[in-house]
Write a protein that binds this ligand. Sequence first.
Ligand code: SF4
Length: 445
Amino acid sequence: MQPTVLPSPPRVGMVSLGCPKALVDSERILTRLRADGYGLSPDYEGADVVLVNTCGFLDSAKEESLEAIGEAIAENGRVIVTGCLGREAEMIRARFPQVLAISGAHQYEAVVGAVREAAPLPPSPYVDLVPEAGLKLTPRHYSYLKISEGCNHRCSFCIIPSIRGDLVSRRPDAILREAEKLVAAGTRELLVISQDTSAYGLDLAHRAWPWKGNEVRAHMTDLARELGRLGAWVRLHYVYPYPHVDRVIALMAEGLVLPYLDIPFQHASPPILRAMRRPANDARVLERIRSWRAICPEIAIRSTFVVGFPGETEADFEYLMDWLDEAQLDRVGAFRFEPVAGAAANDLPGAVPVAVKEERYARLMEKCATISAAKLRAKVGHAIDVIIDETDGEGGATGRSKADAPEIDGQVHLRDAAERAPGDIVRVTVEDADEHDLFGAPVLS
Ligand code: SF4
């Protein structure tokens, strides 16, 4: 009998730009294409068609997306564009008339339809099986878990609601099923993402769904508790300091959820927060932080700030600097204000000169580095849990503590870790620290 020779399927290349939410979109698109029988290509050369998943948030991100489209056209020529920048289809077409199709963020059907048209599958009764957890662009041991899309807020510097619409939450049972599959497939850390994790389930009136013989409400606390029971690390991103967040801190103290909160405060000065139209803009945030630390002393708080927002005076900036002294945040990222086309903040008076923005940015980063260095120094001599991300083949390894999210926070550099593999969670003695990273060795058992 002649062996069956299957026709080789068309291969799709993917360039994924932007935030973790866009990465999740890319994973979904690839999973879907793989389920349909497409192959994947790691390079331009081997691809029958290239997908570029774009970001359109800041002007600099737009430019990066346009450059990526240009490169894909030059290298391959058959290019489909999707993602946030897709809403500016006319501009893309004017610059790159050769683009085969353009769709917006999370328009999976449109992307898959465009791929089918550009590179039709040969007729075959066989399709490739998709791995249980779908296809992931993140390493196997950590996975982003998107729990909702869109946002009900209208921060004046942000155009995400106009791109992605109002909050639409996923059903809690669907999220938990996805998380369960990810854990079964080797995920040791789940990174919960959305635009506003604390608002999860509001659009579903926090209704309950059956789950494992019980009920689980579409609510941040219930979801976090059930995720914590799956046995992986659970890290919460993009949380706002609403009162109900206090209940999640209790779950952190119980060890069900990582003692880590990513809260984008953006500023501290009340007039600037009002001009930014930030959610949960409450002057008592410092009190809340103190009470969280009383409930869960090891909590690490990460935040981002914008300097040079229109109308920011030296007094506003000083207020922010004093606030940071009080808040003693563990991890801080900062941006200089950049007008985003279509954002309400662009019309505000009081533009801050570039030199002033730069100077404030440098002062803020210096302060936060000093705070971070002191906090990390205090860990020297203590034992902490570290998840291994990479080994160097020479006995060294790099990982992260519970206080470090991948890509955005610090790392823990290990010596004498030859036996360890990515995804292992190892008890480590901290031997040294700098402004952002820790250094140590596994505890000998
Ligand atoms: S909370 Fe504000 S900054 Fe965040 S997505 Fe919503 S509108 Fe944008």
